[in-house]
Design a binder for this molecule. Structure first.
Ligand code: ADP
Length: 602
């Protein structure tokens, strides 16, 4: 499958046609110096073309037109677009439709320099390549798994939530790609490895990839945080900005320019290209020496921190223009990491020449417990692969909807007779709020449930009244109350334990009815047809969102035209997956759908 991979940046556009199965490059071009005097260069050679126009839009149109002419009948089966910011919405690549375009537009506030240009690229390419699917691959998506403690900034919570201030992380496509390459090279499963990936290019970031999931990364809400970069400062005491603002009378724009364009290697050494810095430092230039020291010190500091965060590390990976090509930087970062178990082989380090034929080199000693790897990253190829996978899976993705999850707290279903015993003759339930299943509601009325060991107050009654009493509690509640209850389907209360229930006007000793609810999914016959299941099938549901992804086995399907699609679990189960109560769309896999593995009840 031939994928056109489009990477529209602020000063350059890269377009490549890649055979997604093999990674073979079929053609490509680069348009550089956008906004000044744009020049288009083709990978296949030939003339460089200068554009008379400066604007992104015109240059992009000209470039893609020229590329199309040069394709000479080579079919394009899809277009993969690099999109910098996917915000909270995108945890994987998606096929682009109007709603995805809108969401990318909505995220412009978070990435004002990148998302508008990415979006422009999408819109122009959709006009030129009308009949093929377009896929967005997000830089932030790989870091969607960051736990709360890593993505939260210690500022007032309300303010952070209001403006979506959190760590998002970037370079995700590269961190993801080199992690997989490392696992393949080490002949290990990604889920068994703790990796530190160092993407050192013009922009630089580290990621802690613990058992296949990014759990820490050095770039933050924007790509400015973390390591020292070509022209970006990386970490800085925020107090310095307040101080300099006063001393130098700087505006917000001045500060933006200072930190993004005038700092980093450029600020320290006057140049931003690591090759020049290394050259100048060997010639005795103090600024370049300091730049090299500060740059490598920061990377080492983060490696130590990430090893601590993961409680160990199995391999440290160097990638990006600097990480792949600079023995000096790798040496300065990786020397004296013996305490971590990483012992550098200096000869191997100096001999590394990565290429398409040799994409991974191990430059640690044989006895080094932690492997040091240089890996050639290939974000374009990764985008082509992700786009092709999605295009091939398109039917599945489009037809299987996600299953919303509702976490139920302990509650009681009650008969009219018991209600009157507890609340008084002729009493009727009053509605506190409707529940998602049609006709059901949480009542204002609450009771106290008493077990042999303890009692639990304020157990809510759910209405309307039913023919049988039933109290649904979690395993934790059971231990607390001292009752041993079975896991049961709702309504199947024969041979279950009872308990004492206290209401404002009376007490009832239930002979039976206390259960731990069998986790289940309510669905309509139409939903059942879409999922390919029947009433009373048992399925597995994979929950891949949240900090603690897990698969729920033994989930009961319940089909009725009266139901609404929703999975019900109790608080213990919700906590185990760290799902928040009432979270909708919490189930996620294969493009937003729950994975259902079917088994029939015999
Ligand atoms: P981007 O982040 O724009 O994709 P790259 O990953 O291509 O950038 O990395 C560009 C950086 O790689 C530049 O700073 C350049 O100095 C550095 N680089 C390339 N080759 C070498 C080398 N042999 N030694 C040191 N640095 C190098």
């Amino acid at each position: 499958m031939n994928i056109l991979v489009l990477n529209c940046g602020s000063s350059s556009i890269k377009a490549e046609i890649i055979e997604a199965e093999t990674g073979q490059r079929l053609n490509g071009l680069k348009a550089e110096r956008l906004g000044e005097a744009p020049i288009i260069t083709f990978d296949s050679g030939g003339d460089q073309i200068s554009c008379n126009t400066k604007g992104h839009e015109e240059v992009l149109k000209i470039a893609l037109d020229l590329l199309q002419q040069r394709l000479k009948g080579t079919p394009i089966h899809g277009v993969g677009h690099r999109v910098v910011h996917g915000g909270e919405d995108f945890d994987q690549a998606v096929k682009i439709d109007a709603s995805v375009e809108q969401k990318i537009e909505d995220l412009i506030d978070l990435a004002p320099l990148h998302n508008p240009i990415n979006l422009q690229g999408i819109r122009i390419a959709k006009e030129l390549f009308k009949d093929v699917p377009h896929v967005a691959v997000f830089d932030t998506a790989f870091h969607h798994t960051l736990p709360k403690r890593a993505k939260t900034y210690a500022i007032p919570v309300d303010l952070a939530e209001k403006h979506q201030v959190r760590r998002y992380g970037f370079h995700g496509t590269s961190h993801d790609y080199v992690s997989k390459m490392a696992a393949e090279f080490l002949q290990s499963e990604l889920r068994e490895l703790r990796l530190i990936t160092c993407h050192l290019g013009n922009g630089c970031s580290l990621a802690a990839v613990e058992y296949g999931r990014s759990i820490e990364t050095s770039m933050g809400m924007t790509p400015l945080e973390g390591l020292v970069m070509g022209t970006r400062s990386g970490d800085i005491d925020p107090g310095i900005l307040i101080y300099l603002k006063e001393k130098e009378n700087l505006s917000i724009n001045d500060i933006d320019h200072l930190l993004n364009k005038q700092s980093g290697l450029k600020g320290l050494a006057g140049v931003n290209d690591m090759r020049d810095i290394i050259q100048k430092s060997t010639e005795g230039d103090d600024g370049s020496r300091l730049a090299l020291q500060v740059f490598t010190h920061r990377v080492r500091k983060y490696i130590g921190a990430y090893a601590a965060v993961m409680g160990g590390v199995d391999a440290i990976i160097f990638t990006g223009g600097i990480g792949e090509n600079s023995p000096v930087v790798r040496h300065r970062v990786a020397q004296r990491l013996d305490f971590l178990g990483a012992v550098i082989n200096e000869d191997k380090n100096h001999d590394i020449r990565l290429s398409h034929e040799q994409k991974v080199v191990d430059f640690s000693m044989n006895h080094s417990r932690v492997k040091l790897l240089a890996i050639k990253t290939d974000e374009q190829y990764s985008i082509a692969q992700q786009a092709a996978n999605l295009i091939q899976e398109k039917n599945k993705v489009n037809t299987v909807p996600p299953i919303p999850i509702a976490v139920s707290g302990r509650h009681m279903h009650i008969t009219q007779e018991t209600l009157e015993q507890l609340f008084g003759k002729g009493y009727e339930l009053t509605v506190k709020k409707p529940l998602s299943q049609p006709g059901q509601f949480a009542a204002n009325e609450q009771v106290t449930v008493v077990g042999p060991k303890n009692k639990i107050e304020r157990v809510r009654i759910l209405g309307p009244c039913r023919p049988k009493n039933q109290i649904e509690i979690s395993r934790t509640d059971e231990f607390f109350l001292g009752i041993d209850v079975p896991v049961r389907e709702s309504g199947k209360t024969t041979n279950t334990p009872g308990c004492k229930v206290i209401g404002p006007k009376g007490t009832v000793d239930l002979e039976e009815g206390v259960i731990c609810a069998w986790r289940h999914i309510h669905m309509t016959p139409d939903d059942a047809a879409i999922f390919g299941v029947k009433d009373r099938d048992i399925v597995e549901v994979e929950v891949s969102e949240g900090d603690r992804a897990l698969t729920f086995g033994n989930v009961l399907i319940r089909v009725s035209p009266k139901y609404k699609l929703e999975m019900h679990i109790d608080t213990d189960e919700g906590n185990a997956a760290e799902l928040s109560r009432g979270a909708t769309g919490a189930l996620n896999a294969t493009g937003g759908a729950a994975k259902l593995k079917k088994r029939r009840i015999s």
